[in-house]
Ligand binder design. Structure first.
Ligand code: ADP
Length: 403
């Protein structure tokens, strides 16, 4: 089954075309990125595996035009991978927020669209963009089945005492203010993949998955179900991230608003775009720069990375306690897959939990699926690559087949 996977942002869209024979037997046919949608000049980047990237500058006034051009590229004689659009059997969308409506991926129909619209208040930057993509496909390929895969749905198993904030209950009733968590597709996928790697039964396991990228979150997965996660009502909570602050005392927000005379939008920009590794280092949001800065004696870069390492260790300790034990720690995401320093520091002094970390093995690992703990380690530690597009394609295939 050939599936088009779309991840639509407000001014960009990413796509992949996968040929799915089964969940684990698949091939990537093409992928690409359309940027600067709505700006005077846009850019299309299109790539076939093992071939040079094709890029062309052209205005992209809206998502429908962008997707229409992508469909042209996919059927192009030299750049394409299919002879006719009829070969695409389904479209899977990454959708940021499913609120309390979706505890799994869902076929897109009028009811699903109306629920995704209702969740737009919770993800004002993302859900409207995701809907633009869904509507563009509806107008360009009206017959094709579409499926929504949510960043939040895996975390719908978190119990109320872990997802509630202790603010007046009426705000939960009025606005559904609670922890939702994000990166759900990644946490679910890497937990399963890691279990396969070490031969662990996911339905009888206590796993902590650390998705560390520009945005980072940590999840406690007990017997295959998310029971807590570090991101909250928005992706701002939890760990120090590239440009997001992670958790801060809410008192800091009101203090800063008063002292600096900041509007809600301004403080939001500071906490989302100017904080985290960038804010503390005053240099870069990119972990590679932070590591090299720290290595060459930049004190702020060293502080920023130490704050991240300490944060990860703290969550590991907390989530081991929340699950009443720990069987495995999983690292993924751009930092988790590639930064041996982060993995080593995150596991520093975790021997008391039963972690016996193999520093030599760890040092050589970049972008691969590898066991990083010694054979006798009670708690397994692994690095595995994530693949959110694959999960979207798998769920899309399974939902469409079962309809
Ligand atoms: P996103 O959250 O946008 O998907 P990624 O998962 O691609 O981001 O992660 C991006 C982060 O991964 C950046 O901070 C980048 O510096 C970091 N990263 C990538 N490669 C390395 C590396 N070799 N060493 C350290 N950090 C790395």
């Amino acid at each position: 089954m050939i599936i088009l996977v779309l991840n639509c942002g407000s001014s960009s869209l990413k796509y992949q075309v996968l040929d799915m024979k089964s969940d684990n037997d698949y091939s990537l046919l093409a992928k690409g990125l359309v940027e600067r949608i709505g700006e005077p000049m846009g850019i299309y980047n299109h790539q076939l595996p093992g071939k040079d990237k094709f890029s062309v500058e052209k205005p992209v006034p809206n998502h429908t035009v962008g997707i229409s051009k992508v469909l042209e590229l996919l059927t192009d004689k030299s750049l394409g991978v299919i002879s006719s659009l009829k070969e695409i059997e389904a479209v899977g969308h990454r959708v940021a927020h499913g609120g309390e409506y979706f505890s799994g991926s869902a076929a897109i129909d009028d009811e699903a669209i109306s629920k995704i619209e209702k969740c737009a208040e919770l993800a004002p930057l993302h859900n409207p963009a995701n809907l633009l993509g869904i509507r563009a496909v509806q107008s360009l390929m009206p017959e094709i089945p579409q499926v929504a895969v949510f960043d939040t749905s895996f975390h719908q198993t978190i119990p109320d005492y872990a997802y509630m904030y202790a603010i007046p209950y009426e705000y939960y009733q009025k606005y559904k203010i609670r922890r939702y968590g994000f990166h759900g597709t990644s946490h679910k996928y890497v937990a399963k993949k890691a279990c396969n790697l070490v031969g662990m039964d996911i339905s009888n396991s206590k796993i902590i998955t650390c998705h560390l990228g520009n945005g980072s979150s940590i999840t406690a997965i007990k017997n295959g179900r998310s029971i807590d996660t570090s991101m909250g009502f928005t992706p701002m909570e939890g760990l120090v991230m590239g440009t997001r602050s992670g958790s801060v005392d809410a008192g800091v927000v009101t203090f800063l608003e008063e002292k600096e005379k900041l509007s809600a939008a301004e403080i939001n920009t500071i906490l989302n775009k100017k904080s985290g590794l960038l804010g503390v280092s005053q240099a870069s949001s990119d972990m590679r720069d932070i590591e090299s800065g720290a290595g060459s004696g930049n004190a702020n870069a060293a502080l920023a990375q130490e704050m991240l390492f300490y944060g990860i260790r703290k969550f590991i300790g907390a989530y081991a306690a929340a699950m009443g034990g720990l069987d495995m720690i999983v690292f993924t995401g751009g930092i988790g897959e590639n930064s041996s320093t982060t993995r080593e520091q995150a596991c520093e002094e975790l021997e008391f939990l039963g972690v016996d970390f193999d520093k030599d093995v760890n040092r050589a690992v970049r972008g691969k699926d590898v066991i990083l703990s010694t054979p006798s380690s009670k708690v397994k530690v692994v690095a595995v690559t994530t693949n959110e597009e694959l999960v979207i394609a798998q769920d899309t295939m399974n939902i469409v087949k079962n309809k």
